[in-house]
Every structure is written in C-alpha cells, then in structure tokens.
Ligand binder design. Structure first.
Ligand SMILES: Cc1ncc(COP(=O)(O)O)c(C=O)c1O
Length: 395
C-alpha cells in the first residue's frame, strides 16, 4: 500500500493532507483499506455518506438509473430530476429548485441569484466570521476565515463578514447595496458552532426589516444531520434561498438551491447553467436518499443517537476537563472542544485515532468533529467513544 500512496502523492497536485490509507470498500459505518485494516467512520465523507457506505437502496437506484440513462444535459427534462425536485419542494419551504454538482456550486448559484434579485448596484452579501461556504473564488470571498483568502487576492468584491453572535454588528454592515445575508445554521468547518435560536431568528428579522434575502447554507448540516430534514426547521424561520449538497446524494456529487417563486423569478433562461447539474444518476441517488430520510422513524433515530453521541463525548469532556473544554453540536454533528493548551495537538489526536481505527475530523483548529453516518448504531458510538477516551487519557 505504501507504494500506492507514493504513486498517488507523485500524481496529484499537493492540495490535501491525507491519511496514509487507500480506501477500497465501505459498508454502513465501516471502511476498509487496501491492507485490510477496518475503520469506524465518524467522518462519513465529511457529513456526506449519511446513510452509510454503499446503502443498498441508494446503490440499487444508482445502478438501475446507470443502465437507463446517465446524462442528457439540461437541454432536456429528465425523470429523476423531476422526481427529486418535486420531493425537495414537498419537504421544504421552497417552490423552485436549481441543481448543481457540489456545495460550492450551489452557493455560487445562490450568490448570483441574490445579486440578480438585488438589482443593479445591490450586490453586497454579509456572512459570518468563522463561516465556510466553499472553494470557488466567490465562495472563498464569502467564507469568513482569512486563512482561506490568503494567496488568492484580489477576491471578488462585495463580501463582508460580521462577528459571530453579534446582531448589532451585523446590522451595522447592512447598506443600501446589501442584497443578502448568508449563514450556516451551525458552522461545521468553523468548529461545530450552532447559531443560537434568537440569533438566527434575529437575522431573519433584520432581513425582513431591510428587505434583503436570507440565504441559509445547509450544505453540511441539512439533510437530517441535526435531527430535522433541514436544520432551520428547529428555528421556526424560513429562508429565501437554501443550499444543500453533501448528504443529498450520499456520496454522488450533487448540490441544490431551493428558493421561492418570488426570488426564482429573478433568473431568466441563460442567467445560470450547469452541464452536469441535476445529472440523472446523481438525482436517482438523491431520490433514494430523500425517500429513506423521510420514512417513518428515521429522524427520531437521528435525534436519539445524537443524544447518545453527545452524552458519550460529554462524559469524556467532564472526565478530562484539563484538556477538554466541552461538547457542542446538534443531532449527529457533535464536536469535542479541546482546551487552548493542547489545541495545537488536534491533528496529532486525529492521527492517533486513525491508527487506532477511528476516523474523525478536526474543525475550527481545535474541535474533534464527529459526523458519523446517520444510521450509526449505539454500539458503534460506544466503540468510538471507548477508543477516543483511551487516546485522550494518554495526552
Ligand atoms: C457549509 C458548507 N458550505 C459549502 C461547502 C462546500 O461544499 P463542496 O465541497 O461540495 O463544494 C461546504 C463543504 O465542506 C460546507 O461545509
């Protein structure tokens, strides 16, 4: 396997820090590498394989669509697209859908739609410090973390970042050029930071007061991750635009923009497009995902297991409070916050866990983020927590 890893390192542009494993198989919450090592996967392709690896219903949907029709472009309608768009509308605030291939592309579409809706001269978008919205130039500019900007300036203009949690500071950034505020209901990459209910409701109120759009980026936390199909349902608010991706296709590349009739009317034929967006195979996978996630008892299971994951992490945080600051998250996105004194050892902890067969990610520099498949069992959560406790106890 080392040979394969060397070949891979030689072949690729050096943009990723990867674990030394060539993953070859997955089933449920387990991954297997080319050496035969097994891993308990609390990454799930970064909150993407939410029904677990190779979920049979999704795999069947992919295979059967691949035998019928793989691609047509958006010059034509396609059956899986129509079915998926109908389901997204039925299960959300939205009237209209635009389909993309990824989260960043869904956000690009949202940014363009908000600017078009704002009209000439009304192009500014406010996001939050600590946010993450993607890796294209516009979504990098939208992202409220300097480290993602460095080396890529000049960035597209018109993006402003408000301090997290400060509604008054956010309002001060609104001008007559502002067309939208874009936020994640829970910042994933920013370190598993949920927005308080009153805060997000306050942002909605600000948008109404200043007649600007609220864009919710639910790319990481939508699709049942927090215990409701969309995270904002827990806030009793509605966005004007919502973006989702990641878990929508359970690993097939797909993103979607959801919006209202009123906002959608700002886009006319030719304003935006994507060759692969809404690809029939990806849509067939997403239909299977949505059917499974909206079936009886699915979300209740996510909530229950989310509580259990939270409790397991909390008990580790309490026991090792010298090095753990606490636990935060919702549903099955939970983060163990490391104390500043060992924050620089986060990467080492993630590597040690990897060697012990447990996969987690580091978010916001010092948060061990757990995003297991939503079908994770209580026993798998216990098994992960036992390994994590062992690793933390040795720090
Ligand atoms: C909140 C959020 N927005 C956007 C993106 C970008 O999605 P993608 O990597 O599919 O372009 C991510 C990816 O991590 C994300 O977490």
């Amino acid at each position: 396997m080392n040979n394969l890893i060397n070949i891979s390192n030689d072949l690729f542009v050096n943009t990723y820090t990867r674990h030394p494993a060539v993953m070859v198989e997955g089933e449920g919450c387990r991954l297997k590498d080319a050496k035969g090592n097994e891993y308990l996967d609390f990454v799930a392709g970064i909150a993407t394989c939410s029904l677990g690896h190779c979920h049979p219903v999704v795999t069947d949907a992919i295979c059967s669509q691949a035998k019928k029709l793989v691609h047509t472009s958006n010059l034509f309608h396609s059956l899986p697209q129509i079915e998926l768009a109908g389901m997204l509308v039925d299960h959300s605030f939205a009237d209209k859908i635009f389909m993309a291939n990824s989260g960043a592309e869904a956000n690009e579409a949202a940014i363009k739609l908000a600017r078009k809706h704002g009209g000439t001269g009304c192009f500014e978008i406010i996001t939050l410090e600590g946010s993450f919205h993607g890796r294209t130039l516009a979504t990098v500019a939208a992202t409220g973390q300097r480290k993602f900007h460095r080396g890529f300036e000049p960035l597209p203009v018109g993006f402003y970042h408000a301090p997290f949690g400060d509604l008054a500071a956010l309002e001060k950034l609104i001008t007559n050029k502002t067309c939208a505020i874009m936020v994640e209901p829970l910042q994933g990459e920013g370190g598993v930071r949920p927005l308080e209910k009153e805060y997000l409701q306050g942002i909605r109120t600000l948008c109404d007061k200043h007649s600007i759009l609220l864009i919710l980026d639910e790319i990481q936390v939508g699709m049942s991750r927090t215990g409701t199909l969309f995270a904002h349902e827990q806030y009793n608010i509605r966005p004007d635009i919502l973006t989702c991706a990641k878990a929508l296709g359970n690993g097939m590349p797909i993103g979607a923009l959801l919006t209202t009739n009123k906002v959608a009317a700002s886009f006319q034929p030719g304003d935006h497009a994507s060759t692969f967006g809404g690809n029939p195979v990806a849509c067939a996978a997403a239909v299977a995902v949505l059917k499974t996630m909206t079936s009886n008892g699915f979300l209740e299971g996510v909530v229950q297991r989310g509580h259990h994951l939270h409790d397991c992490l909390k008990s580790i945080a309490d026991q090792y409070n010298r090095i753990c600051r606490g636990v935060r998250g919702r549903g099955l996105i939970q983060g163990l916050v490391l104390d500043d004194s060992i924050a620089d050892r986060g990467g080492e902890i993630v590597s040690t866990l990897f060697k012990a067969g447990v996969l987690v990610t580091l978010a916001g520099g010092k948060v061990l983020r757990c995003t297991p498949p939503l079908i994770v069992s209580m026993e798998e959560i216990d098994a992960m927590a036992a390994v994590l406790e062992e690793v933390i106890s040795n720090i």
